[in-house]
Design a protein around this ligand. Structure first.
Ligand code: ASP
Ligand code: MG
Length: 347
């Protein structure tokens, strides 16, 4: 690593938080297209400190590649939104309203902890407030849409809040960014709670939205989990589907690497919390990963690997809280240089 790189690493630590030491650059070398997608799960985004830490990882990658970020809701938020949908269903609007208020407060607490300067804080707070107002609006009168449609519309707020906050965390780390609602371009059928995307049209529409942002040097922060029907009704792709959203959005921007940032070191042969025999797998082909998933290992959302295999995208599963660890690589055979890098890093 050159002395310049070392200097830059020190800088990341100063600006963002703090916990980050920066080894992503080596991995990014594998990307031929120069575009990578990062998907952060809900545990990685739980609170300002974690958001800033994750933002530091994006900052590091953005030195050598264009980065698109896909976010989950903060951990626990989707469950709360679904509980809220139940309250509305049963006509308990007073409790639903209280829950909606509490959710807005929880997100504005995170905003306060990001410690943005006054003007940025105001701007983000304004966006959060508008989201909170829309959420309240949806729960404050008996629904005019089907309960299924309302369910998805309410569930989408978690990702909408977290995308806004994560974009703010990036800005706080001097990474210019823009929050993007995936409902703008992820076109789906109207099977609410389990909507299927039309990949061809999503790709076309998504490029129109994301390409100009990338070209002007911004990191798009896209909501996972969420799509919309052709007539603009919000849908969701099913529980835990934001990994799949990550793959879809990577596909849209022709990224050749998708990093699923999660809270474990990678893919294991068994659940590491349950079995002492569990071994971490450093490298898997799509077929091997698929076979593991079919045998019941919790690898990734089931639709990720077929899409990744189709476009030969490399999927990494890495631990946000242990970013120096390389994690699991799922993909086609590596070129020699990448292989050497991987081995060097492991040594
Ligand atoms: N927030 C959604 C869920 O909890 C999607 C995801 O996190 O993958 O199911
Ligand atoms: Mg998840």
């Amino acid at each position: 690593m050159s002395p310049e790189n070392v200097q830059e690493e020190a800088q990341y630590e100063d600006q963002c938080g703090r916990m980050f030491t920066g080894t992503y650059a080596e991995l990014a070398l594998e990307s031929q297209s120069g575009v990578v997608a990062f998907k952060f799960g809900g545990t990685s985004l739980l609170g300002a400190k974690r958001m800033l830490h994750a933002a530091g990882l994006v900052k590091s990658a953005a030195q050598t590649a264009r980065v698109v970020v896909v976010v989950s809701a903060m951990k626990g938020v989707t469950d709360q939104l679904l509980a809220l949908a139940k309250l509305v269903d049963s006509g308990n609007l007073a409790d639903a309203k209280r829950k909606a208020d509490a959710l807005l407060r929880a997100h504005s607490d995170v905003l306060a902890e990001l410690q943005l300067d006054e003007l940025d804080h105001q701007r983000v707070w304004n966006d959060l407030r508008l989201l909170g107002r829309d959420l309240l609006h949806e729960v404050s009168a008996p629904p005019r849409v089907s309960s299924e449609a309302l369910h998805d519309s309410l569930a989408s707020f978690g990702e909408r809040f977290s995308a806004r906050l994560f974009a703010a965390a990036l800005d706080a780390c001097d990474v210019p960014s823009a929050p993007v609602a995936s409902s703008e371009f992820v076109l789906t059928c109207d099977t609410f709670r389990d909507a299927k995307p039309d990949l061809a049209e999503t790709r076309e529409r998504g490029r129109d939205v994301l390409q100009p942002l990338l070209e002007s040097g911004l990191v798009p922060v896209v909501t996972g989990f969420v799509g919309a029907t052709r007539d603009g009704r919000v849908t969701t792709l099913g529980r835990n589907s934001s990994d799949y959203s990550g793959a879809i959005i990577a596909h849209v921007v022709n990224a050749d690497e998708l990093v699923i940032w999660t809270d474990v070191d990678g893919v294991f042969t068994a659940n590491p919390n349950e079995s002492r025999e569990a071994r971490l797998l450093h490298q898997l082909s799509y077929e091997e990963a698929h076979a593991l998933a079919a045998a019941g290992a919790k690898v990734l959302h089931e639709d990720v690997l077929p899409l990744a295999a189709e476009s030969e995208m490399v999927v990494w599963v890495r631990n946000t809280f242990n970013p120096e660890f390389r994690g699991t690589r799922i993909g086609p055979a590596m070129n020699r240089m990448a292989q050497e890098n991987l081995q060097r890093g492991d040594a």
